[in-house]
Structure formats: structure tokens, C-alpha cells
Design a protein around this ligand. Structure first.
Ligand code: GLA
Length: 446
């Protein structure tokens, strides 16, 4: 479809009113992986790759969705009653999540609909948050239909919080990193994000290095097969938290209110990372722990443990390595804090080292890496990167690399040849780009 987004919209929805346009950027996470849902910090930045939408409100409550990319069929739903999700993988779920989340929190008197045409230059399934960008864009469309303006009527962080909750509608138990950086990101800066309450501190990006993104080309669609894999870590962390709580009540003789692992640092106990690590070792046996042992420690029946904490995680006869997950949390928390300090001190060597440690922990403690991501990071380090790690949920997607500015050209050439050419046996352009930041999501003139 040639033409501007507005012209494409007019061709797609001949009877709709004049559209407005909004954009929502993708993001790449520098460090702090699988920590957000435990209430522990992350350090992502926005990208210039983004989703753009043209939208016009409808009074009849119908939400009509079209996409310039033919891989996404035209879909529609009625904004009426309690919205139910479509089957997993159906892209209207992202719009349903946004509309349902806003309805639930703001309880608007009217339930308008909208016509929406989306186009994106943000690859999906690459760990660059195309799903959350779409949810944010749909939320901006719905707010416009409701006559609400971002910032004046609803703050960026409040909307981010609503949408982080709402995305669970799509079936993943994500934290709030993606929605927060997409809405509150800034040019030239990464966002150090803390949760409960959500807060964002902007941190200047290094000027002696480029942030380079390399797509492993292994697709990790959050709405597809990667969903169950992704959910496993939040579930095991939640279970780990219950074991820690059981241990604390044994030691203190009374229940200590710990809702998520991050509460150990910020909550009633205010532990140091060293104390948290020691507590984890007392609360959870080393290695793989069978369900029966977990149930015994929690004084629950195994079926209850499955129903309450493990949910869709398959029952594994060999058990679950929960302590490894907890150790990732303490290490990654310390790495995010140190990375922020290193960026403020313009110490790119330290930032790079922390990124490498983060990758190793994601691989060894969380099991979220793949042979391709491991190979890609190895080649990146041999090609001049100071740091290289998987970024996002894992199980495929992209790596993020910290590359000294004067080595970028050689880096791109060498990784292109060695990973895409020799390792994957691919021809053509390598899916590598230098990440540039963009402002947080909002209205855009096209
Ligand atoms: C996905 C989720 C985020 C976060 C990352 C892993 O992108 O949406 O909330 O948990 O995975 O760090």
C-alpha cells in the first residue's frame, strides 16, 4: 500500500472521520532481565523503530483493526461488557488488553470504539517489545476516543501501570518494564525503572560506545510458543517467594508480609543483597527440588502447589531449580544498580562486564538462552564488543551489544560474516542495527 499512513487509513476505512496518528516505540533492555515482575529494577531504552497507528473514534463501540502488514488479518470486536480474550496468537488481543485495562481502572461512562490502522518498522518476535508497543498504541487510540489526553488526563506512569496489569490478558505474566519505557523513555537516555511504586530515573547513554542490536533470527513470539516458556520463570520466582516466606515465618514465629521477592529489599525486612542470598540458601534446597519436597516445606498438598503457584508449568519429575532463579535475582539486582552507577561514571568497560555476567546468569540460572544467542554473544565479544547479552524475554530474539564507537564498523562486518554467514548459513543483509533512542509514545504528525 503506497502513500502516507493517513492516506492508507482513508483507503482502508472509507467511511471513517479524519484520523489522528500516534506512535509507540520498541525498546531494548540494556540490563535487568526477568527482574521486573519481582519488583526489582531494569535498565532499558527506547528505539526509533516503532508502531504507528492512525485512528478515528466510533460512537457505536465497534473496534475495527487493520494492519498494513498482510500477516495481520483485519479483526474487530465490540467494546461492550467484560471483554474476553480471543484465542492466543490473535492480534486483536493487544487491543482488547488495552481497552479492557482502561475500562477496568477508569470505568468510563461511554464505551466508544475506534477504527485503527497499524504499521510498524519494529520486528516482532525479536525481544524488542513489539507486543507492548502495540498495546500502548491501542491504549492511546482508545484514550483519544474517550476524549482523554496523555499527561493532562492520565500520567504516563499511571497508564504504564494500567497496561502492565492489562497485558496479563494476553496470557503472559510480564512485569512493567516494557510499558514504562515505551511511555516514559527519552532521547539520549536509558531508563532505570523501579517498581511498586513505579518510578523512572533517566540515565545518560555512553557517548564512547554504540548500543548495537543483533537479531538471532530465532523467533520468540510472546503470544505463541514462547509464552509458556516465558511464564515459567515468573511462576518459579513466585513459588520461591512462598518458600522464603515459609522460612521467615519459621524463623520469626510469625508471618512476614512478603508479596514478591523485591519486598525483601524494600519491605519490612530491608535486607541487603548478601542477607537475601543467605536467606535463599536457608529457604530453598540446592539444585532440582521435587514437587513433593516443595509441598512439604509449604505445608500444602502437591496439587495445591500446582494450582496456586505453578499453574500451566508442567509437572517435572526431576523437580524445579528454584534456588538458581533466586540467585539470578540477587545478582541481577546488584548488576542493574552497578550498571547505572557505571553509566553515570562514564565507565563503559564496567557496563560491558556486567552485561556479560547478566547473559551468563540468564543462560545458567534462568535457562532462557538458546545455542544461537550464546553463539551470537560469543562472536560479538570476539568482534570487539565490551558487553553482549540476550535482551528481553529470551528463548530467541535479539542480543544487545555495547561496542566502542571506533569498532562499530568492524563489529557489524565481523558479526555479519561469522554469525549470519558462517554459523547460520544465511545470505543477504544481516539483521543488525545501531540502536537510537526516541521519545516516549504519544501523538505524531505524519
Ligand atoms: C518481557 C516482559 C517484561 C520482562 C522481560 C524480561 O519483555 O514483557 O516485563 O519481564 O520479558 O526481562
Amino acid at each position: 500500500m503506497p502513500g502516507t499512513l493517513i492516506e492508507k487509513f482513508q483507503a482502508a476505512f472509507a467511511d471513517a472521520g479524519a484520523p489522528k496518528c500516534f506512535r509507540a516505540p520498541g525498546r531494548v533492555n540494556l540490563i535487568g532481565e526477568h527482574t521486573d515482575y519481582n519488583g526489582l529494577p531494569v535498565l532499558p531504552m527506547t528505539l526509533t523503530q516503532e508502531i504507528r497507528i492512525a485512528v478515528a473514534p466510533r460512537a457505536d463501540g465497534r473496534v475495527l483493526l487493520k494492519n498494513v502488514d498482510p500477516a495481520f488479518p483485519a479483526l474487530e470486536f465490540l467494546n461492550d461488557g467484560a471483554l474476553a480474550p480471543s484465542p492466543p496468537g490473535s492480534w486483536d488481543n493487544y487491543a482488547r488488553a488495552a481497552v479492557a485495562g482502561i475500562n477496568q481502572v477508569l470505568a468510563p461512562e461511554r464505551r466508544p470504539g475506534f477504527c485503527l490502522l497499524a504499521e510498524a518498522n519494529l520486528p516482532s518476535g525479536a525481544g524488542l517489545s513489539s507486543s507492548s508497543a502495540l498495546v500502548v498504541a491501542c491504549a492511546l487510540a482508545y484514550m483519544d476516543a474517550l476524549g482523554l489526553a496523555l499527561e493532562q488526563d492520565l500520567s504516563r506512569l499511571k497508564l504504564a501501570g494500567i497496561l502492565a496489569e492489562a497485558e496479563q490478558f494476553v496470557g503472559t505474566r510480564g512485569g512493567g518494564m516494557d510499558q514504562a519505557v515505551i511511555l516514559a523513555g527519552a532521547v539520549g537516555r536509558a531508563c532505570k525503572i523501579d517498581f511498586f511504586p513505579l518510578r523512572v530515573e533517566s540515565v545518560l547513554l555512553p557517548d564512547d560506545c554504540a548500543v548495537v542490536v543483533c537479531d538471532s533470527t530465532v523467533k520468540a513470539e510472546k503470544s505463541g510458543a514462547a509464552r509458556a516458556l516465558y511464564n515459567m520463570n515468573p511462576r518459579l520466582c513466585h513459588l520461591g517467594c512462598a518458600l522464603v516466606r515459609a522460612q521467615l515465618s519459621e524463623e520469626f514465629g510469625e508471618d512476614v508480609d512478603i508479596e514478591r521477592l523485591g519486598d525483601l529489599w524494600y519491605g519490612p525486612l530491608c535486607l541487603t543483597t548478601r542477607e537475601a542470598d543467605a536467606l535463599f540458601t536457608r529457604a530453598v534446597p540446592e539444585g532440582f527440588v521435587p514437587l513433593t519436597e516443595i509441598a512439604k516445606r509449604l505445608r500444602q498438598k502437591p496439587e495445591r502447589v500446582t494450582a496456586r503457584w505453578l499453574k500451566e508449568v508442567p509437572v517435572l519429575n526431576g523437580g524445579y531449580n528454584i534456588l538458581a532463579r533466586l540467585r539470578h535475582q540477587t545478582g541481577e539486582y546488584r548488576r542493574v544498580e552497578t550498571a547505572r552507577d557505571a553509566m553515570m561514571a562514564e565507565d563503559s568497560a564496567t557496563l560491558g562486564r556486567l552485561m556479560n555476567e547478566s547473559h551468563a546468569s540468564c543462560r545458567d540460572h534462568l535457562d532462557i538462552s538458546t545455542p544461537e544467542l550464546d553463539r551470537l554473544t560469543e562472536i560479538a565479544l570476539e568482534s570487539g564488543a565490551l558487553g553482549a547479552r540476550l535482551t528481553g524475554a529470551g528463548f530467541g530474539g535479539a542480543t544487545v551489544n555495547l561496542v566502542p564507537a571506533d569498532r562499530v564498523e568492524r563489529f557489524v562486518e565481523t558479526v555479519g560474516r561469522r554469525y549470519y554467514g558462517e554459523y547460520l548459513g544465511r545470505d543477504g543483509d544481516a539483521p543488525i542495527f545501531i540502536a537510537q533512542t526516541s521519545p516516549g509514545a504519544g501523538p505524531v504528525q505524519v
